[in-house]
Design a protein around this ligand. Structure first.
Ligand SMILES: [Zn+2]
Ligand SMILES: [Zn+2]
Length: 438
């Protein structure tokens, strides 16, 4: 893997043809300005300062993304059109389709959770896949289709909220939870959804954003006087988080990308205040999420409410140790760990930002990566509520904690998004200067 030059290297030699211009990029995590080396398919360029991947090149990116996106869309259509899971207990049974997971939540007065489930597992992924297909068809015809720039810009914002893979884990946990109580059979849609989740993941990995924007609109030259081996902020520059282009900012440290139109800031405005506010809001929601039952199981006319921790203990007592561990990690360790980690990162910025910044950057990456996996428990509730409907014999209804817990997941994800990792690499400032800068 070729790496971009070390920070000590002041300048790189010019890239050989076909790219005759130096293509500059700013690392989104540490704000270091680097020149991209010429990359062959399968290679990637990492930031020499913090190791963040700047660009990944693929062979035949348009054909690859187009094929994967179309296959994923077909798999999603199959997953929506066929039976998902069915269960039977003492001759009474129920069969559900994928959209029943949201419809049942609406029936039990949990419309917000239902919207969150449908958006994350089907609506946003479908929009994302259609967008990829639209863009790549235009590029293959060598004439971008209308609205291509706006659509390409929206891809970045949709990406963190697609959770088909988390839903699969939720479905597996649900199955193990009820396997000993009822006879379960998996429908065509279950397997189609597994294929869809995998293809969606491959589509997101296949998307070469740098190549996409270069092919859509070409690349304007970097602002005059830009020099590599220094931070963008100290030169009054900023790298576009959407298309990667280096732009000059105004005196206030704001601007707009010349290529994609995205709003740019030397640092995200009020990043610390927003992150703190979201952390505090998520911490408040975490209390009802754990104190109230997340679902109520009615078995032979007797109601058994269970909290998140109660569910973990029950699974442990049933001997399902791996599932108990999955739920404990996803529903307890991850949200708490994420809140503590983000709180620590915000707190640490007030002190010597120069020390341990690589460790803090890794911690930030981890919080970004794992946050969405907490949705497992919300998906388990959605699936079980839809599936287990055998009246007094056995039925499951959602508890008030489901909404609170979904809110915790969304708020912690928003907190991670609103935290600007470039602050971790910023030289320490006196408190009053820091405040005026924010
Ligand atoms: Zn970096
Ligand atoms: Zn841009």
């Amino acid at each position: 893997m070729p790496r971009t030059p070390s920070p000590a290297t002041p300048r790189l030699p010019l890239a050989p043809p076909p790219r005759t211009r130096r293509r500059l990029r700013v690392c989104h995590e540490c704000d270091w300005l680097v020149a991209l080396p010429p990359l062959r398919p399968g290679e990637r360029a990492d930031c020499p300062r913090c190791g963040h991947t700047l660009v990944t090149r693929h062979a035949q990116p348009a054909q690859r993304s187009l094929a994967l996106a179309m296959a994923a869309l077909v798999a999603l259509a199959l997953a929506l059109g066929f039976p998902f899971i069915s269960f039977e207990i003492s001759g009474v049974g129920n069969r559900i389709e994928l959209y029943d997971t949201a419809a049942s939540l609406v029936h039990f007065h949990q419309p917000l959770v239902a919207i969150a489930v449908m958006l994350t597992i089907a609506v946003l992924p479908a929009l994302y896949l259609c967008s990829v297909i639209w863009l790549q068809i235009g590029l293959l015809r060598r004439h971008p289709l209308p609205l291509s720039r706006g659509i390409a810009r929206s891809l970045v914002h949709m990406h963190p909220w697609m959770m088909a893979d988390v839903f699969i884990v939720g479905a597996l946990v649900s199955l193990i939870k009820i396997a000993s109580l009822a006879a379960i059979s998996l429908g065509v849609a279950f397997w189609a959804f597994c294929a869809f989740a995998l293809l969606l993941l491959l589509t997101t990995l296949s998307l070469d954003r740098d190549w996409l924007w270069f092919s859509l609109t070409g690349e304007p030259l970097a602002p005059a006087g830009s020099r590599t081996g220094a931070t963008a902020a100290e030169q009054g520059l900023s790298g576009c988080p959407t298309c990667g282009l280096v732009n000059r900012l105004d005196e206030q440290g704001n601007g707009r990308c010349r290529r994609c139109g995205e709003h740019l800031h030397a640092r995200l405005p009020n990043s610390l205040q927003r992150t703190w506010a979201l952390i505090i809001a998520a911490s408040f929601m975490y209390l009802p999420a754990n104190l109230y039952p997340i679902m109520v199981t009615t078995h032979l006319g007797e109601a058994h409410p269970s909290t998140i921790i109660g569910g973990v203990v029950q699974l442990w007592q049933m001997g399902s140790y791996p599932v108990a561990l999955v739920i404990f990690i996803a529903s307890v360790l991850v949200p708490v760990g994420k809140l503590l980690a983000l709180g620590w990162l915000c707190f640490a910025l007030r002190h010597r930002a120069g020390r341990f910044r690589m460790t803090r950057t890794r911690l930030y990456r981890l919080t970004e990566l794992i946050g969405r996996w907490s949705m497992v428990d919300v998906f388990v509730v959605a699936i079980l509520v839809a599936l287990i409907r055998a009246g007094a014999l056995m039925s499951i209804t959602p508890g008030p904690a489901a909404l609170a817990f979904a809110a915790v997941v969304v708020l912690t994800m928003l907190a991670a998004i609103s935290f600007d990792p470039r602050l971790l690499w910023q030289a320490p400032r006196p408190p009053e200067k820091e405040a005026s800068h924010a």
